[in-house]
Design a protein around this ligand. Structure first.
Ligand code: BTN
Length: 252
């Protein structure tokens, strides 16, 4: 906490040596009325969760496994955009603290050298037309030196990228500060102001991608994101629009 410069995020910290998933803990706290900005941090997760019902490798002491509770004043339709907002914040913090050149893969992965360094999982609870809470969970591969064989080809860590051990407390404090910046900007000026930064830091736009969804698979050129944060892909048939909830993309 000595490193914190954020004024709201991380003012209340719940620290655990091990949890099932920091997102699950954060959702319980949020449902019980914890203040906005509360974070849950764990040294390891027994059942860390990823997008699309995947798991998340969360070994003890090697990463930053944390979740933050927000109570944004906008509607449930805007929750998915929080993921893109969070990606901009964490990408900036990582590049500032470590100096490595990471980029954002739509919607919410941070990659270095084509390999994943950060994953983001946003979950929401809403009643009627109002958001009760949004939990943004982030897994930052900070100091691991090796990965299980299933992800060895697609994952990396900041320590492998820089050749140095990364201070997790300093990086977490910077991530919270940058998240607070983008969150404040979104509330003052709307999502579009942060999407402009997302476009600049994106490594997806301008690339040939393959979309893998439940219903459909197709390829095309990623040209932009729209006001909903959906990815626009130019195909021979026209421009297709994909939302983060439904699909994953691969680079061709
Ligand atoms: C993904 O890339 O699929 C998202 C991964 C999100 C992992 C983080 S680790 C902290 C938080 N708790 C979880 O169970 N998941 C997120």
């Amino acid at each position: 906490k000595a490193h914190l410069t954020s004024r709201m995020l991380g003012q209340e910290i719940h620290y655990f040596p091990e949890v099932d998933s920091t997102n699950n803990e954060a959702k319980k706290l949020a449902a019980n009325g914890c203040p906005e900005g509360t974070i849950v941090v764990a040294e390891s997760q027994a059942t860390g969760r990823g997008r699309l019902a995947r798991g998340w490798f969360s070994p003890f002491g090697k990463g930053i496994w944390f979740s933050v509770v927000l109570r944004p004043p906008f509607g449930p339709m805007d929750a998915a955009k929080c993921t893109l907002m969070a990606a901009v914040g964490v990408n900036r913090a990582i590049n500032r603290v470590t100096g490595v050149g990471c980029g954002i893969k739509w919607p919410n992965d941070i990659l270095w050298n084509g390999r994943k360094v950060v994953g983001i999982l946003t979950e929401m609870s809403a009643e009627m037309d109002a958001i009760n809470y949004v939990v943004i969970g982030m897994g930052i591969n900070a100091n691991m030196k090796e990965f299980p064989s299933e992800i060895a080809a697609t994952a990396t860590s900041l320590a492998l990228a820089t050749g140095q051990t990364v201070s997790r407390v300093i990086l977490l404090a910077e991530i919270l500060a940058e998240l607070e910046n983008v969150y404040t900007l979104v509330q003052q000026a709307g999502f579009e102001s942060v999407f402009a930064a997302w476009r600049q830091e994106s490594i997806t736009l301008g690339r040939q991608v393959r979309v893998q969804g439940f219903q459909r698979n197709f390829s095309g050129l990623a040209v932009d994101i729209d006001a909903d944060g959906a990815l626009l892909i130019k195909t021979a048939q026209g421009v297709e629009r994909v939302l983060a909830g439904d699909v994953s993309i691969r680079y061709d």
